[in-house]
Design a protein around this ligand. Structure first.
Ligand code: DLL
Length: 434
């Protein structure tokens, strides 16, 4: 494995230096020759690639091939304004299908099984990623896409698929819904589920496994690297980590503050290098996901494992599968002069649905005009100005983030500050991280 990784990395160094101006500049600025990188042990010589670098080069600035050689593009959500584009050559799509097919096999799937794919189809990588991987493995795909619970349940009952793919929170929704309708899990034919795209815990696993009568395993990935299929849990080893397909994606764990490489097993920020992609290869991409990597000597496979995601180093939230940064809310906020920059996002999970409340303090001048000391929902109705303000803020939030959030207007100083007077931007009550 190490020999293969080193060989692939050496080729990649010359490939990106010759083809991607961004990387050539990076190498030159750090005084590095591509030939200096002889193997993965030399990777720490290279600087990280950040999400901001993808934004700066939006949409196609990081391509290593002419745009005409790109077969497909996807986008990653969760960026302010413009999304982040990722691009695949036909070869990259082949790799994508290969790693997803491997993931499906590790999750218990076999050729001929039927898979109901409830990940969203479109710019999101989940739907099409799982779709092509399942076809590659020789499965029967039901491309139902996300949502539409009524239809999902009908197909689960009529088509009797063995495999379900969706986010863990949506799997919980389906489990709750079949229970509510008095359908027993034994009436379905489900055996396996691949859950991912957002963090989840052992409690959620138990809930889904019991509710739907299947074995659930974790699938991890991110658009920038390929999509789903960067790592996958083996169905026989639940809770012991996910195998990283390290012949394609080389993982490192670094200290979140210093960027220093950390030894096997220690928690830090996951950094990934694509060893084989040709359309938009990335070197040392900082995922901002906090986890650890380790070899499991008693595992069924030999690839390195990664633990569950323990958090994000950039505070990114995943709400109903949509990535959200608090700065996106801040950006919308800046367009409203009646609102201040004192805001807080409160995230909770009701049943299995994520809810976001935006608490924001209203400009004092506006309140003085209204002679208001305190705002309550009831009072707001008496002041059409506040009602309108709240509604138009809510609408702009939806337009910019794709998410419906509940807006709570507050008076000055009403949002609690910590001892140092600091306002905690995010209060996440969901406990989704292990
Ligand atoms: O969520 C790709 C994907 C689709 C993975 C379907 C699994 C299944 P993005 O939208 O770019 O891509 O979001 C990537 O989601 O950096 C993590 O923070 C989070 N994430 C993805 N999978 C997991 C997981 C897809 N299994 C970001 N556990 C990543 C925890 C996950 N977090």
């Amino acid at each position: 494995m190490r020999k293969l990784q080193n060989e692939r990395l050496r080729n990649l160094m010359h490939y990106v230096y010759e083809r991607v101006p961004f990387y050539r500049q990076q190498f030159d600025r750090h005084g590095i020759q591509p030939s200096q990188i002889k193997g993965v042990d030399d990777l720490p010589l290279l600087p990280f690639t950040h999400k901001q670098d993808l934004r700066n080069n939006y949409p196609f600035g990081l391509l290593a091939v002419p745009r005409q050689e790109i077969t497909r593009v996807h986008c990653s959500s969760g960026t302010t304004g413009k999304p982040t584009t990722v691009a695949y050559t036909a070869g990259d799509i082949g790799i994508f299908s290969e790693v997803v097919a491997r993931s499906l096999a590790a999750a218990g799937c076999k050729p001929g099984m039927m898979l109901q794919n409830a990940y969203g189809y479109g710019l999101f990588t989940g739907g099409l990623g799982l779709h092509f991987g399942a076809e590659k493995l020789g499965m029967t795909v039901v491309p139902v896409s996300g949502g539409m619970t009524e239809r999902q349940l009908m197909l689960l009952q009529d088509f009797r698929p063995e495999v379900l793919c969706c986010t863990p929170s949506y799997a919980q929704t389906l489990a709750e819904e079949i229970k509510r309708r008095g359908i027993g899990p034994q009436e379905l034919n489900l055996k396996f589920a691949l859950l991912g795209a957002e963090p989840w815990t052992e409690t959620i696993r138990q809930h889904v496994q019991e509710g739907l009568g299947l074995q659930a395993s974790n699938i991890y990935g991110l658009s920038e690297i390929i999509g789903p299929g960067v790592s996958q849990e083996d169905v026989e080893e639940p809770g012991s980590g996910s195998y990283v397909w390290e012949d394609h994606f080389y993982p490192e764990i670094v200290n979140r503050d210093t960027g220093e490489l950390l030894p096997e097993g220690e928690l830090g920020v996951l950094v990934l290098t694509t060893l084989t992609k040709s359309g938009m290869p990335l070197l040392r991409y900082r995922t901002n996901d906090i986890t650890n990597i380790y070899y499991d000597r008693s595992g069924r496979r030999t690839h390195i494992k990664m633990g569950p995601i323990r958090g994000r180093s950039d505070g990114m939230l995943i709400i109903r599968g949509v990535n959200l940064f608090h700065t996106q809310v801040e950006e919308v906020l800046q367009k409203f002069e009646q609102l201040t920059s004192h805001y807080q996002l409160v995230v909770s999970r009701e049943e299995s649905l994520d809810e976001v409340e935006v608490h924001v303090e209203v400009n004092e001048l506006l309140l003085r005009d209204l002679c208001l000391q305190q705002i309550t929902i009831v009072e707001m109705c008496r002041y059409p100005v506040l009602e309108e303000l709240s509604a138009s803020f809510c609408k702009r939030l939806k337009e910019n983030t794709g998410l419906t959030m509940r807006v709570h207007l507050k008076v000055t100083g009403e949002i609690p500050r910590s001892e140092g007077g600091k306002l905690n931007r995010i209060v996440d009550k969901r406990q989704v991280y292990a």
